[in-house]
Design a protein around this ligand. Sequence first.
Ligand SMILES: NC(=O)c1ccc[n+]([C@@H]2O[C@H](COP(=O)([O-])OP(=O)(O)OC[C@H]3O[C@@H](n4cnc5c(N)ncnc54)[C@H](OP(=O)(O)O)[C@@H]3O)[C@@H](O)[C@H]2O)c1
Length: 336
Amino acid sequence: MKAWLLNDFGLDNLVLRDTPTSEPKAGELLVKVGAVSLNFRDKAIVDGIYEPHKVPKPLIPVSDAAGTVVAVGEGVSRFRVGDRVNSHLYSRWIDGPPGPDEPDYCFGSPLPGGLAEYMIIHEDSAVRAPDNMSDEEASTLPIAALTAWYSLVDYGQIKAGHSVLVQGTGGVSIFAIQLATALGARVIVTSSNDANLEAAMKLGAVAGVNYRTHPDWEEQVLKLTDGKGVDLLLDVAGGNGLNQSIAATKAAGKIAQIGFLTGQTTELGLMPLIFRQTTIRGIAVAPRSAFDRMNAFLNENQIRPVIDKVYSFAEARQAYEHLERGAFGKVVIKIA
Ligand SMILES: NC(=O)c1ccc[n+]([C@@H]2O[C@H](COP(=O)([O-])OP(=O)(O)OC[C@H]3O[C@@H](n4cnc5c(N)ncnc54)[C@H](OP(=O)(O)O)[C@@H]3O)[C@@H](O)[C@H]2O)c1
């Protein structure tokens, strides 16, 4: 099969090569990949800033895929040839709380990913792709949509009338706007540019704050929430901005610490955290059971993924460069 191989860190070391197609072992599915979508994680892996000591070389990168089962290993019972499936990042986390070593079984590093014509997925970690979505659309779900879903529903317990803040207009945040709006929440979005804010409001956000022209964006959020702050804040920016997130969240409110766009460490002011009694929870996507529940919700609410651009298989590097520049929603690579 043809596959993109990351031979070393850096986009120049991502090369298209012929490589053997794996045979599905007991319990495994051989999936003909229809499309993959890129997450910030995929770029961070190529850049060598995401758990670099765990990245095997060469690596078939990219975790999030949708495709069709073309062969099954012995004993497979959940799927059959012809079924359309999604990969699920934490391939062994099926339900309940995470085990201690879930990151060791993630697609796109350390396990081989989907930027190839074929991919092996264990039947326990595969998820039925939504019937009403193309492979390009379904490929956007495994990390971006599911992280937003788990943060809002399983952790945030968001109900109609609650307020939610999402940061920026990348993959996770756009899904969070769509899902939270469908749950009846009031969504405030931040962005570096006003055109993105307008587009985010068309998706359901009720207010936007430009964090470039308002570096003190948390004060704008307080003005928009009667001085109280939001019930739940999805923090994808990380770094020292976490202090601003605490200020923008209501007393005894919740922060889902999802990302690290501005930094993987933070200098945290403990007194505001203590006085505001904020709960900060690290989020690492979700178990497969949440994926199944989310797909039913997406279907019921007719939510369609927002795709900024679909690239061809040959244009994989351009897709990574697009993500680097910033995308509104998702960047997808069509394989088949
Ligand atoms: N823990 C998890 O389970 C999990 C899951 C998914 C993602 N993540 C992490 O979450 C982060 C976002 O991931 P993604 O895939 O959604 O990224 P993405 O699609 O690349 O989104 C990036 C967008 O974030 C916005 N942004 C950048 N810097 C910002 C800042 N300082 N404040 C507010 N917004 C900012 C920008 O939007 P504008 O152009 O509109 O400003 C940018 O386009 C990454 O760190 C990623 O690794 C974690």
